[in-house]
Write a protein that binds this ligand. Sequence first.
Ligand code: F3S
Length: 755
Amino acid sequence: MAEMKTTADQVKKTYSTQSENLKVIRKRLNRPLTLTEKVFYGHLIDPENQNLTRGKSFLLLQPDRVAMQDATAQMALLQFMLTGREESAVPATTHCDHLIRGREGEAHDMSTALDENKEVYDFLSSVSSRYGIGFWKPGAGIIHQVILENYAFPGGLMIGTDSHTPNAGGLSMAACGVGGADACDVMAGLPWEVKNPGITGVKLTGKLNSWCSPKDVIINLIGELTVKGGTNRVMEYFGEGCDTISCTGKATITNMGAELGATCSLFPYDKNMDIYLRATGRADLADLAAANKENLLADGEVYSKPEDYYDQIIEINLSELEPHLTGPHSPDAAVTISEIRKKAEEGEWPLEVSAALIGSCTNSSYEDLAKAANLAEQAVKAGLKMKVPFFISPGSNVVKDTTERDGILEILQKAGGTVLANACGPCIGQWDRQGIEMGKKNTIVNSFNRNFRARNDGNKATLSFIGGPEMVTMIAFTGNLDFNPSTDSIKTPDGGEFRFSAPQAPSLPPKGFITDTSGFQMPEGKGVEVIVRETSDRLQLLKPFVPFKPEELKDMYVLCKAKGKCTTDHISPAGKWLKYRGHLENISGNMLTGATNYFTGEIGTGTNLLTGEKNIAFSDTAAGYRDAGHPWIIIGDDNYGEGSSREHAAMSPRFMGGAAVIAKSFARIHETNLKKQGILALTFADSNDYDCIEEQDRITLEGLDSFAPGKQLKAVVIHSDGSKDDMLLNHTYNDEQIVWYKAGSALNALRDANG
Ligand code: F3S
């Protein structure tokens, strides 16, 4: 089950089911199919009877694989232990990448991480081995890069407990970010349930000019569609421009489809994918894909009349794209490099850069590092050195060993770069940043994917801008955010003027990849003892949540009315809290610490209505309400829970006594996570009602006795002056999700079903 690479037998099985399913679907729909439909419907559990209404119905699917990273795997596997299953029902892997802090370089950082995280690694290694799950050790690589190199295959479907799982779409795999509870269900043998996605067709024409990279394609698209533009959608790329982008370049684009909130992103199967599969030791899968090609592309009529088959079409002429940066604080704040100076003046952003970082799961391919090194080499030859600290996070051991052999890392190091561990590090706040004062406004630039406030270095005053690794490398030499390589030059030490030439590098290593299997641990099964210390402050075995009775949801306090953006990073921040991802009680101390209080503008605090105290951390107030037997509510703005799949953002509120979140709208993954944990996820039928909620309000929920799909609930809101407002609430619960709610959580429902 848990091999080091996806096997030909697994792929054959998928392709055979896909073709059987598609025969049924073609009969039912009697029209050409998009690639998204071929892959999703090819994984349906019941193709005959499944409701196929796009954007409305929920699909029951059989994923081919589950992947988990170490921060989210802890809770996913703690939950799996509660299911009573003996082994994972589908191939699954755990990857140790998030807990390694970047500071001085690989050797130092790895040794610190192995020491600091020993008990978590011991737990993950033992629980994975016990339940038939492959385990990728710390330092083996970042989950998405390891998946692309070993497990992704065209036409496959996987779920991963990380929001950038869609990275595998670069190899035409439908790969979707989910919470640990979804992973737990699928490993327990249940189908994966997802809203039948709408489809945005993204037509790529032309060819990227020399200063642009795949990163500019996705930054441009996010800028256009915004962070909500892909919600409940698949971004399906097509057009001749696709063939001009390498497989790993496509993965950069699909990786950041997560920033659109998309279910996943898909490129049609092409020659570059074939080459990548062969280069990574999977010629057998390349042959199978070639033989199954008709199911790995949309039908021809879709490409000739896309407007008839996609819900929305965006066209991008690659030849006309300009290099972009995006930021600060939101990945959709895209700006072209020729506009950046003006924007910086308006936004009062320092143009002087204080650090530059490349790599991460998004941009750590051989091609990315080779192009960065090519630019660095040009500058070093001209006598230049990097002006700011420059860090490189290779995506995997394979990339690191290969780029080391080919002299790529050495060039970057000689130019002033520091090679960090093959891990997330600064991309997820695991950056022990030196030489910068907390609270000091400063600008950094990186080739990562997310730039929410404080995400990289824990400093809320840091302005983080994202760009392609080539732009980031050039900026490291100039020290200025507004450097434009097509017009600007740099003064050399001998008084000359240096201009970069467009980077030249192969997309794959001419001498082949170095593969190293030492980072993988095969599972052993039943005899293995799972290691959790009772006194641990990092791991805690779970207890099932107790369901709420309808009569308990009366006169509830509003714990927090969140104003504006409230992402999962705001609800359950990472950084120093990553440490407690396997300890629900301890991590709940971070609950809502990044949320902006609508009433006061403060961040992370509000009034405790039981005691009347002000400026109290939301988590402390929540604990007080819970211990006094008062369920409470969160009020959310638009796209509440945007960002990541972390179910802690739902589990902590549940653990602390939260009964419901009522928002203007939800991000898809978070909405599902709330449902799974037994918290009501509701939206205002009239979004203006959001404005009517006041700090001292008490809210009663009505209609739960007859909770049913499509039937509205009601909030009766009593204001402090005694006046009352009735607000209708919508929800997207289906029958099964209502069973979860009534059981107290999806996991309880699963245990109940097992008897
Ligand atoms: Fe790691 Fe990529 Fe997430 S580097 S933190 S998996 S965005």
